[in-house]
Design a protein around this ligand. Structure first.
Ligand SMILES: *[C@@H]1O[C@H](CO)[C@@H](O)[C@H](O)[C@H]1NC(C)=O
Ligand SMILES: *[C@@H]1O[C@H](CO)[C@@H](O)[C@H](O)[C@H]1NC(C)=O
Ligand SMILES: *[C@@H]1O[C@H](CO)[C@@H](O)[C@H](O)[C@H]1NC(C)=O
Ligand SMILES: *[C@@H]1O[C@H](CO)[C@@H](O)[C@H](O)[C@H]1NC(C)=O
Ligand SMILES: CC(=O)N[C@H]1CO[C@H](CO)[C@@H](O)[C@@H]1O
Length: 279
């Protein structure tokens, strides 16, 4: 980025050193937004309805968003409604199960500001980050299990496509059972001995904690059983939904011990029963 900017202004840079402070300032701003690492990963601005400046819906939404970071970071999950029909705003927010309250709050702070810039007059929107997600709507979706998911894939692939799918299925199923039976509806998991290049597969699964164990389990399973075609063979992927989330990577990405730990049969001994070693 800095190089392309300088390339755009070679004449200015070489002929007028007095412009350097200004240019440096512009570069600083451009670089800052990418270095903070807290950019949103994706968003959906609902096209079904919009509100006007100074409308009751706008003031309800502003009230919801302004109190969200403090309320939403207490337990990491908040389901809320503000105002009266027909201007009522419904919202759900969820922080990652391994995020602490201050990380959760920082993420919700950013989400509540960003969403007003990115979807300024939309009555409904969803935005998500590494550490949190936020969805609001003028429709009551607080008791719906509709997941409204958004996928993201790592563009690189592995060579052992079938082995990855097989091990992922096993690991995601175990992590799903763990999450569904836990109070936080959250689990991390790893499986070792995938390949020599990528020894371990890591996964994280999470549901909103208001889902019943069986709804959570069904929601998660619908994301990987079967694996979406676009996800097959990728070096990492996540599907973020309002109700449940799955993510896998071939490098470690969470800071807590894995709750589920599996060992795969070695590559050249795929006929061995799961979990047994080659010798
Ligand atoms: C909204 O209210 C502000 C402050 O009262 C005012 O300046 C602005 O013109 C209003 N906008 C509309 C579209 O009514
Ligand atoms: C939350 O986690 C971050 C990153 O690990 C750490 O720097 C911070 O001290 C933690 N805050 C609290 C209140 O535990
Ligand atoms: C919860 O744990 C039990 C065994 O303790 C298991 O049979 C079940 O599949 C798990 N998952 C759910 C969603 O209950
Ligand atoms: C894709 O996955 C590989 C292996 O984990 C990782 O090194 C790389 O940074 C990832 N790429 C992106 C864009 O996340
Ligand atoms: C051959 C091989 O990579 N074996 C590894 C399988 O996974 C276990 C547990 O992580 C390791 O201890 C082995 O070295």
């Amino acid at each position: 980025m800095p190089q392309s900017i300088i390339a755009m202004f070679p004449a200015i840079v070489s002929s007028s050193s007095s412009l350097f402070p200004l240019l440096a300032f512009v570069l600083l701003i451009l670089c800052h937004s990418s270095l903070t690492g807290a950019q949103n990963l994706d968003q959906i601005c609902d096209t079904s309805g919009s509100f006007a400046d100074n409308s009751t819906y706008q003031s309800n939404l502003k009230l919801y968003l302004s109190t969200l970071p403090s309320k939403g970071s207490v337990s990491g999950f908040l389901k809320e409604a503000v105002g009266q029909v027909p201007d009522k705003v419904y919202g759900v927010s969820l922080c990652r199960g391994d995020a602490n309250a201050s990380e959760c709050r920082a993420c919700l702070d950013k989400a509540s500001l960003d969403i007003q810039q990115i979807c300024p007059y939309n009555k409904g929107a969803m935005i998500y980050y590494d550490y949190c997600l936020l969805r609001f709507s003028s429709q009551n979706f607080l008791y719906s299990t509709d997941n409204q998911q958004v996928p993201k894939y790592n563009s690189s692939s592995v060579t052992q496509v079938a082995r990855l799918s097989q091990l992922l299925h096993l690991l995601l199923s175990s992590a799903t059972d763990w999450a569904a039976n836990s109070t936080k509806r959250f689990a991390t998991g790893e499986i070792s001995n995938f390949t020599s290049e990528f020894p371990t597969i890591y996964v994280m699964v999470e549901c909103t904690p208001d889902l019943s164990p069986s709804d959570c389990s069904q929601c998660l399973q619908s994301l990987f059983d079967p694996l979406p075609t676009d996800m097959v063979g990728k070096q990492g992927a996540r599907v973020i939904g309002v109700r449940c989330i799955i993510r896998y990577e071939l490098s470690s990405f969470y800071r807590i011990p894995s709750m589920v730990k599996l060992t795969a049969p070695l590559e050249d001994a795929t006929q061995l029963p799961w979990g047994q070693s080659a010798h």
